[in-house]
Design a protein around this ligand. Sequence first.
Ligand code: FE
Ligand code: FE
Length: 163
Amino acid sequence: MAHQTLRNLFVDQLRDVYDAEQRITKALPKMARAASSAELRSAFEHHLTQTEQHVRRIEQVLDSLDETRKRNTCRAAVGLLEEGEQLMEGHSDHVLDAALVAAAQKVEHYEMATYGCLRTWAQLLGEEEASRLLQQTLDEEGETDHHLTSIAESLNAEALNDA
Ligand code: FE
Ligand code: FE
């Protein structure tokens, strides 16, 4: 698809992450149910609440730009979440928890890259409100990633001891 202006690219990519975030709200409850660690389960549940907020923020951003709330299929999210489901089928117990953290962190890093670019484009385009909202989501994705890293320390140790 041809992008004639940076603004077109910006809007197109907002619609892409709009789709991604909605897919993630469907995946997180499944990941929470699959987790055996209570800490991991509550991390997924907490991030579900944040992710619902991320969807709302993208709507606010699109509204602030006078653009429609249209979804573009995010093939990267489809793929990342599909891989996550495969991991859930192939492992159990602590190893499954370690796999869930890995799958979740891949998604968070994808989102961090996306929101970093979107925030910068918003700044360059002089869209202050959009930039502020996107930075807020970027911060939450980063915090989630750090939280998962700290949970993973004990989960990986337990996974190592699984027969
Ligand atoms: Fe998100
Ligand atoms: Fe996220």
